[in-house]
Ligand binder design. Structure first.
Ligand SMILES: *[C@@H]1O[C@H](CO)[C@@H](O)[C@H](O)[C@H]1NC(C)=O
Ligand SMILES: *[C@@H]1O[C@H](CO)[C@@H](O)[C@H](O)[C@H]1NC(C)=O
Length: 300
């Protein structure tokens, strides 16, 4: 686009964003995602917020891959994959709106943080939950962690909680826009690719909801040969969300190895079991994030 036209388009969208109510939550953005253009057939919405709406108190069939607003019915374009280099890393963008990513306005409205701003003095709620942007944390150390899971099925309809395995966790996210995840020695995907899912459960600061989104992904580089083990339901196992790797290994309550995608506070399909041990601990502990509390270590 020519710059005068681009500037006009951007000004119009800034106005549009300013008058919208601040109900934004966070999504992970990449061209390989479901629901990239929004949920209106034939419309490409550069200010799309549909993928980031929270999931709460829903039946499995409604929260699974964000069916509640039909995100799961808008696949990525043919040939758009999230490339996962075996033993390498990949980067996605966390943002409250597609406008604030490189996928809209040639990245002209993207900033350091999830709301298109740079927050040069940092982002800190000084003990209180930060409401603008709605990042569900008081500061970076309270950001609960996000994860990507993979299923070796190529069709979304064949993915279920028993074949979707969490393979990478990034502690203290979502926080900044750019988020880089490590990839373990994953085996190759079928020709048509794998299905990946992004997940996030925040630690309080609002409704105890969760987030799930689909991506078409594939393993690149030199894939491993060992298939992934069947995932187990993760269990709350420590109140130290930054417990060291060796502490997690030694803790008999932590589920070792492949774990399921976290789902909780839904009417059905929860993978986080009600846990008496956890219920005896603090309210905070009961938020089952992608962190040490559920036995997840940072990284691949
Ligand atoms: C999104 O919209 C653009 C522009 O119309 C189009 O080229 C692209 O194929 C659409 N992507 C998907 C996944 O529908
Ligand atoms: C982050 O916020 C939490 C909760 O308010 C607080 O306990 C902690 O001290 C804060 N950490 C930093 C580094 O400010």
């Amino acid at each position: 686009m020519d710059s005068p036209l681009r500037t006009l388009t951007m000004l119009a969208s800034i106005l549009f964003l300013l008058v919208r109510p601040a109900t934004a939550h966070v999504a992970a953005w990449h061209k390989s995602m479901w629901c990239l253009n929004g949920t209106t057939p034939g419309v490409d919405n550069p200010n799309n917020r549909e993928p980031g709406t929270p999931l709460y108190n829903l039946m499995y069939e409604d929260w699974w891959f964000h069916h509640i607003n039909k995100c799961d019915e808008f696949p990525p374009a043919e040939g758009d994959f999230l490339d996962l280099p075996a033993n390498g890393h990949f980067t996605i963008e966390h943002a409250t709106d597609r406008a604030f990513t490189s996928l809209s306005y040639d990245g002209g409205m993207a900033g350091v943080y999830i709301d298109g701003k740079d927050h040069l003095d940092g982002l800190d709620g000084e003990g209180e939950c930060i409401k603008v942007p709605n990042i569900h944390a008081q500061n970076e150390s309270m950001a609960a962690g996000t994860a990507f899971a993979i299923s070796y099925e190529s069709e979304l309809s064949k993915v279920n909680t028993d074949n979707l395995v969490v393979f990478t966790v990034l502690y203290n996210t979502p926080w900044r826009r750019l988020a880089t995840y490590e990839v373990p020695n994953l085996p190759a995907c079928p020709e048509e690719g794998c299905i990946c899912a992004w997940g996030w459960i925040a630690e309080g600061c609002g409704q105890p909801n969760m987030y799930m989104l689909g991506f078409r992904c594939r393993v690149t580089g030199e894939p491993g040969h060992l298939p992934l083990a069947a995932p187990q339901s993760p269990l709350y196992c420590t109140d130290d969300k930054a417990a060291s790797e060796s502490a997690l290994r030694k803790n008999p309550r932590c589920v070792k190895g492949a774990k399921k995608f976290l789902s909780w506070q839904q009417k059905s399909g929860n993978t986080v079991p009600e846990n008496e041990w956890a219920n005896k601990h603090t309210a905070l502990l009961q938020f089952p994030g992608y962190n040490a509390r559920m036995g997840f270590r940072n990284g691949a």
